[in-house]
Design a protein around this ligand. Structure first.
Ligand code: DOR
Ligand code: ZN
Length: 344
């Protein structure tokens, strides 16, 4: 096969930031994708319906003319989120999901949830109105090794939470482990999982072998090779539980190449070419559309795109190594392999 055509894909987990960064990265996603679930971890976070609507307007202003891209907004869940405001924003179509960050788990998560009992009534309300919960699934306990934090979260937090509120629709965001993939696969129709492009490509060696490589550091941190292979199997299976959420998370280079470097891989620019390469390597090009274009809308109850994108195989495609913002450069994720699939 040298050419494939898919319904225009969507990104079910994306960081667009704000200001100069937003203006630089929004066109990178809009070039190939039709919609994206937009993460609310700005500073300060997007916690009310009005803030989500205002952020959506700023995103629309940052898009190139006629891009046809639709941002799907989320609220950042706090222990003091107003359930009526949340329900209204959902009913009005301003938000499509709510994001749960355990406090301290990742970038700008300080306003997240410390005591999960405090958000139980909010979760009940979300189950009632059919608003999905997107979960950053890592415990933050100092005594839990960072490589075990996802698996421990499933046992200690996610499974009890889902048993207590069985009708809540939940997305396990950016799963990185075999345990995460197994749990999502067994979880029935109310549970989905996003998988990033970079976690299909790198294991933890990419971060640590031959020197410390900050552009491969993200959260949840990449795990051992056996977990990467489990994610590849899940993504390329076509199973509707799994869909693309790139977690493309731009940070300025000086903030990555730093004694305390920020977490995040910026993959918006070359994601589709990387995915085509990965799915071809696994003999699963025919499953790429399920992962990138069909399973996400199905979970979120949205129509599949009526537009298409075509990928053509040929000589390796060159992508820029960095993109420029008015505040400085952002490094594009380097998949450490040639990419033969060009997005037409
Ligand atoms: O690597 C990450 N970067 N993981 C997250 O959960 C947050 C994100 C960011 O906002 O930079
Ligand atoms: Zn994220």
């Amino acid at each position: 096969m040298t050419q494939i055509t898919l319904p225009r894909p969507d990104d079910w987990h994306l960081h667009l930031r704000d200001g100069a960064m937003l203006r630089a990265v929004a066109p990178e996603t809009a070039r190939h994708f039709g919609r994206a679930i937009i993460m609310p971890n700005l500073v300060p976070p997007v916690v009310t319906g009005d803030q989500a609507a205002a952020y959506r307007d700023r995103i629309m202003s940052a898009l190139p003319e006629g891009s046809g891209f639709t941002p799907l907004m989320t609220l950042y869940l706090t222990e003091t989120t107003d359930p009526d405001d949340l329900a209204k924003a959902h009913a009005d179509g301003i938000i499509h999901a709510v994001k749960l960050y355990p406090a301290g788990a990742t970038t700008n998560s300080a306003s997240g949830v410390r005591d999960f009992d405090k958000v139980r009534p909010l979760l009940e309300r979300m189950a009632e109105i059919g608003c999905p919960l997107c979960v950053h699934g890592e415990v933050v306990d100092a005594d839990v090794d960072i490589f075990d934090r996802e698996a421990v979260f499933i046992d200690r937090v996610l499974d009890p939470l889902r048993r207590a509120t069985p009708d809540l629709r939940v997305v396990m965001e950016h799963i990185t482990t075999a345990q995460g993939a197994d749990y999502a696969r067994e979880g029935g129709d109310a549970l989905g999982a996003t998988i990033t492009t970079h976690h299909l490509v790198i294991n933890r060696n990419a971060i640590l072998v031959g020197g410390i490589k900050p552009h491969y550091y993200c959260l949840p941190v990449a795990k051992r090779e056996e977990h990467r292979l489990a994610l590849r199997k899940a993504a390329t299976s076509g199973d509707p539980s799994f869909f693309l959420g790139t977690d493309s998370a731009p940070h300025l280079d000086p903030l990555k190449e730093n004694a305390c470097g920020c977490a995040g891989c910026f993959t918006a620019t070359n994601t589709l070419s990387i995915l085509a390469e990965v799915f071809e390597q696994d003999g699963a090009l025919d499953k790429l559309q399920a992962f990138a274009s069909l399973n996400g809308p199905r979970f979120y109850g949205l129509p599949v795109s009526e537009q298409t994108v075509t990928l053509t195989k040929g000589d390796p495609v060159e992508y820029p190594k960095k993109i420029d913002t008015e505040d400085g450069p952002v490094t594009v994720f380097d998949p450490m392999m040639p990419l033969h699939w060009r997005v037409d």
